[in-house]
Ligand binder design. Structure first.
Ligand SMILES: [Zn+2]
Length: 312
């Protein structure tokens, strides 16, 4: 490089790097979500934004006990996403004690909830709306819209991410519809630890049964356990499932009583750690579906396998 080149180029590089530094040090949006599945949705749309989850992978949001660290995280947030439908009963008190005055987005806004009968409270919404991919399309639309409002300059970026993820969700939904069509209706019974798959069951035509209700805080009655044992024997169920967030004891007890096997762990209310098969929502739903199909196929006598009945 000659003298004249250095003379003009060096000041230019200095000025450029100063402006470059300014742009890089502008604080990124800090977004707080309540649980890991919602964190995954927000990351899919926000990509490089800082997205924190109060309840981590393999952890139970139903019975979560907030910590002082959570109060600090919320106090520093630019935006908060919650599931709603009564899932995170602890969140409103936590937000109040943090002094946070920003926007709170309920990601399930616009979803038609399934209503269930809670013995203590009457008719309440089932909070596990994410287990139906059709609902997740509404979650991500709410996320895309909210991020675009708080950060309008990047709205086209969020829109692109939203559209890309929507296409992946539609592909997975279609895969599940096609896979479950191959299973005869009367074999579509799955037993899990808590009642987290009502939306999945409604969407894909599978009946889910569990020893406890829609909250893991519930206690199973001896009557509920006895009736599940009856179902297992009557339908010749060969495989039942533990979930990543629940106590394994009840399913182990059912397995011991009936002599049937426990399948691979499934993911209901939280993602897994990165090295496990449910580390993203798409991976989690795919893994769960593979396990459910494996269990339903085990129930099929050989002649029914060949007949390949199709149910919508
Ligand atoms: Zn649950």
């Amino acid at each position: 490089m000659n003298y004249y080149c250095c003379r003009f180029l060096i000041p230019f590089v200095l000025v450029a790097s100063i402006f470059g530094c300014r742009a890089d040090t502008s604080p990124p949006l800090k977004i707080v979500t309540t649980f890991s599945i919602l964190q995954d949705f927000v990351r899919e749309i926000g990509k490089d934004k800082v997205v924190i989850s109060i309840v981590g992978p393999n952890s139970d949001a139903h019975t979560y006990q907030p910590t002082p660290r959570d109060v600090r995280q919320i106090a520093q947030a630019d935006l908060i996403f919650i599931n709603g439908l009564g899932f995170e009963g602890w969140i409103h008190r936590l937000i109040k004690s943090s002094g946070y005055k920003g926007k709170i987005v309920t990601a399930t806004d616009g979803i038609q909830p399934m209503m269930i009968n809670d013995p203590g409270e009457g008719e309440v919404p089932d909070p596990h709306a994410w287990n139906d991919i059709k609902n997740v399309k509404i979650y991500i639309k709410n996320i895309y819209t909210s991020l675009s409002k708080i950060d309008p300059e990047q709205a086209p970026f969020y829109r692109k991410n939203y559209e890309d993820y929507l296409a992946k969700l539609e592909d997975l939904d279609q895969f599940i519809v096609n896979a479950i069509k191959e299973i005869p209706q009367k074999k579509r019974i799955i037993i899990t630890a808590h009642d987290a798959f009502g939306y999945y069951g409604q969407r894909y035509g599978v009946k889910f049964l569990a020893p406890v209700g829609t909250s893991t805080a519930d206690e199973p009655s001896p009557k509920a356990m006895a009736s599940l044992i009856d179902v297992i024997r009557a339908h010749k169920i060969k495989m039942i499932f533990v979930e990543n967030i629940t106590n394994k004891k009840l399913i182990q007890q059912l397995s011991e009583e009936t002599g049937i096997q426990i399948g691979e762990e499934i993911f209901s209310d939280a993602l897994s750690e990165k090295d496990q098969p449910g580390s993203t929502y798409l991976a989690m739903i795919r893994h769960n579906t593979d396990q459910f199909i494996k269990a339903m196929r085990l129930m099929q006598p050989k002649e029914e396998c060949r007949s390949s009945s199709v149910y919508a």
